[in-house]
Write a new protein. Structure first.
Length: 264
């Protein structure tokens, strides 16, 4: 596998990332499942929970969609609070884990295979749409994904999502002190791409947008930005998750959580 920065369109992003998450799902769930909690809602590797952050607002009796729901841990927490949450994910294997945990916990999250850029729901179906590191940094056509969210939300509906903090794209994805030395331009939006050496096929893609890009995409789709939470790394939290670690987390933000309200 080799790493490149090069343009990738929406179809190629999806063709790469669906199978990649299928291949990675078993390892992802066995490595991170306990930290996530079967019916837990964490916004990122810092461990900030929705119970503490309150970015979604009240969820009881609300219709809620999680885009990029993975094994449905966050949606299961919403159900435990009395919300009617549903999941959508690009990876069948992730959804199989979701079904397994439904059975183990007795809290079922009805979920569908699909993509953030083409939501299989009627207009005005939900009060809340959210993603916890789900889908958004994997799609090329972000304006379409956000427009789809606006379409399925009811007027005044809540939208919240977490992503890798955009400033992280300046640094190597390294949890040690080497990951604190800026080496890439913050303004370079060229996607991060992994290519299979043997076949030349793109096997994984992530897309970068600056903070200003995110604000512009939200406001053009009719959202009013209400929150931008940058969780601090708890001093006693010693977990390493990919490029996230205490070493870096005490110095620079690793996660950004956006909260917005659909106007009109
Ligand atoms: C880091 S996981 C987040 C899931 C869950 N919140 C968690 O913390 O485990 C990212 C998820 O986004 C999904 N995903 C990637 N591209 C997507 C797309 N275009 N539409 C919907 N889901 C997508 C992946 O399959 C994966 O399950």
């Amino acid at each position: 596998m080799r790493v490149e920065r090069r343009p990738v369109d929406e179809a190629e992003s999806r063709r790469a990332n669906g199978p990649d998450w299928d291949r990675y799902a078993d390892e992802y769930q066995s490595t991170h499942g306990e930290f996530l909690g079967d019916a837990g809602f964490v916004w990122g590797p810092e461990g900030l929970t929705e119970a503490v952050a309150g970015v979604l607002g009240p969820v009881a009796d609300r219709d809620v969609l999680e885009v990029g729901s993975g094994a449905g841990q966050c949606s299961r927490w919403v159900r435990a609070q009395g919300g009617r949450s549903y999941g959508l994910d690009l990876s069948l294997r992730q959804l199989q884990h979701s079904r397994r945990i439904d059975d183990e916990t007795g809290i079922a999250v009805p979920s569908v295979l699909g993509t953030a850029t083409d939501l299989p729901f009627r207009d005005d179906s939900f009060d809340i749409v959210f993603s916890s590191f789900g889908a958004l940094q994997f799609v090329r056509d972000l304006p379409r994904a956000v427009a789809e969210t606006a379409r399925v939300l009811r007027p005044g509906g809540r939208y919240a999502f977490s992503i890798t903090h955009p400033t992280r794209w300046m640094f190597p994805d390294d949890p040690t002190e080497a990951g604190l030395v800026a080496s890439q331009s913050y303004w370079d939006r060229t996607p991060y791409v992994e290519v299979d050496d043997a076949t030349g096929v793109v096997s994984y893609v992530e897309h970068h947008r600056t903070l200003g890009d995110w604000v512009a995409v939200l406001s053009r789709a009719g959202f009013l930005l209400t929150d931008l939470v940058e969780p601090e790394w708890p001093a006693a939290h010693d977990r390493v998750w990919g490029g996230w670690s205490r070493t870096r987390g005490l110095v620079t933000p690793g996660t950004a959580i956006f909260g917005a309200r659909l106007t009109g």
